[in-house]
Unconditional design. Structure first.
Length: 188
């Protein structure tokens, strides 16, 4: 599947022309500091290499990566992916949204769509995600999308000269399917 459509978003494969928007949006310190891997400052020209690395990882079936595009404007607004572990049938969810698009529900909408993709198309057993405890916007997205709190790893990672606690959230396929069945029953 090359794309996923939601009410307001299109999740599609990354393309070379996304590099300019990636560098602009991910280059914002407020975005970079909420992630473990976005470099700051964002090196000019490196987004093209990043996109190519995602394509190579997709060929190896180790990732399912998507650009998040706002349908109305057709602008790239963020990135979302599942880092896949085939032996364990699980995917680690990771995402970021450009600062101008925060607090509009785009993160939750994209996460819900990728969770459905992970369970229904990739047939994963579990989807999980981690966030800095200092980034409640991110872990609230996880909660809204149905992931359940699984624990906190104290001062587990170092980022930009500081140690951070990571909160972990997860969702099993059976809980996801049970939630869908409840949703369908409520509509009947």
């Amino acid at each position: 599947m090359d794309q996923i459509e939601t009410k307001r978003l299109l999740l599609r494969k990354l393309i070379a022309s996304d590099a300019v928007r990636i560098e602009k949006l991910a280059g914002d310190y407020d975005v970079a500091k909420t992630t473990l891997n976005i470099p700051h400052p964002y090196p000019e020209g490196s987004a093209s290499d990043f996109i190519e690395s995602r394509h190579r990882a997709e060929e190896k079936k180790s990732i399912a990566a998507f650009a998040i595009v706002e349908k109305e404007s057709q602008l790239f607004i963020g990135l979302i992916n599942l880092n896949l572990s085939a032996p364990h049938s699980r995917g680690e969810l990771a995402y970021w949204i450009g600062k101008d698009y925060w607090r509009k529900g785009y993160g939750t909408e994209a996460v819900e769509a990728l969770i459905a993709y992970g369970f229904q198309v990739l047939h994963l057993h579990k989807i999980y995600a981690a966030s800095f405890i200092s980034n409640p916007g991110s872990w609230r997205v996880m909660e809204k999308a149905g992931l359940k709190y699984e624990g906190t790893l104290r001062q587990h990672v170092a980022r930009l000269g500081e140690f951070h606690d990571l909160v972990y959230y997860g969702l099993l396929k059976e809980a996801y399917e049970d939630g869908l069945n409840r949703e369908i029953a409520l509509k009947d």
